[in-house]
Design a binder for this molecule. Sequence first.
Ligand code: GDP
Ligand code: IMO
Ligand code: MG
Length: 425
Amino acid sequence: MNRIVVGLQWGDEGKAKIVDILAEQADVNVRFQGGANAGHTVVIDNKKYVFHLIPTGMLYPEKPGVVAGGMVVDLPTLVKEAKDLEAEGLTIFNRLFLSDRAHLVMKYHKLLDEYEDERKGIGTTKRGIGPAYADKISRKGIRLIDFKHKEIFTELVKEHLREKNELFEKVYGKPPLSLEEVLEPYENIRELTTPLITNTAILLEKFQEENKNILFEGAQGTLLDIDWGTYPFVTSSNSSICGIPGAIGTGLRVINKSIGIMKAYTTRVGNGPFPTELFGETCDLIRGTGNNIGDEFGATTGRPRRCGWLDLVALRHTVRVNDIDKLAITKLDVLDKMDKIMVCVNYKYKGEVLHDFPAAEYILKECEPVYQTYNGWLSSTKGIKKHEQLPKDAQKYIKMIENELGKPVYFVSTGPGREDCIFME
Ligand code: GDP
Ligand code: IMO
Ligand code: MG
């Protein structure tokens, strides 16, 4: 059984929490798109692990992990992440496979990301994601296979750096980079990483032939997908299920189950339209601070997340895009202190009711949510493991989501810990 875990909102839905639970039954864990813009948090026995490039399921010892071809990889960052995990007692380098087709995120991509974002105001993570994918599409990228061949790698970096330095100086008025400072981070990691670079499609085909269970871990969320998200306020990859075939290279039939992760409310980091966004006290109550329940601060950048009510218009759209089989609702406990809970069922745009998620951000930002109000449960659901132990109003809230989205809820997460989870019948 091959499963994909995808985010149904603007990222940070708690995908890693669900991946961690599903990875117990998986034999192989795969990240397929994005890069170190992802921040995936798992909490085990009160200890927090945050993954950026390495598949979260590698927390289980011995299971192989694959960084597939659709990713953009900041290789020195990946090595640091792997070493940090090894310092925790896990072995990583002996079971990690890196696609020879994946593209490298170079230092100049990260700088370009920063300079471009000053102009465009997308509010990116500054991890070089957009510029690395732009170079891939413009046929100016450097792939892991190129890194494997040292002379070719050096020549490619030289060639691309020349162009980037022109941009830095002439367009952005910034200082150029030297070849040495771009190459330096790669010197000490060559020996460690080149043996991991391989054709991961062949590897995944072999795992499929052996009937291994493969778990695909989406990063970001479908509303950040380059094609189906709130363009241009999106990331630069297909962060929905649409990313799979191009990234994996074993055809279309690789996924058996598509599991969509959604928070019981909505959050977003970075800029762009967010119809159900809240401000003031209600937002603060959801966001929380420090160890307070919401803890809505970016796992990669530490930025406060924007918070708002659940948006069923957006979710109907993302459930369709991903052909979702089952839903997982996370962070139910964060709503424990809410007296009333609002849910957006439609939008109003220029006096008309919109049922479908609009394609244009300039329309979406003018949409007003049409809300239905539900009673809060005003009691703690933190750590509850059985559906029947949930307050009746929390049960009603879950049922409403199932009815509205027409998909069964498989997990309800009631806290950050691995054990804080209800498995629905
Ligand atoms: P991801 O990017 O989708 O993997 O999500 P992040 O790790 O960026 O953010 C989710 C945050 O919510 C993390 O801090 C998790 O530890 C936390 N979390 C996940 N599920 C729950 C839950 O049910 N309740 C609470 N209170 N926190 C949760
Ligand atoms: P995970 O996997 C939330 C957002 C950024 C910005 C936009 C573009 O942890 O859910 P980028 O750096 O990708 O070019 O930024 O996308 N973004 C995320 N938001 N969670 C993420 O990842 C994100 N990765 C990118 O904030 O709005
Ligand atoms: Mg995250």
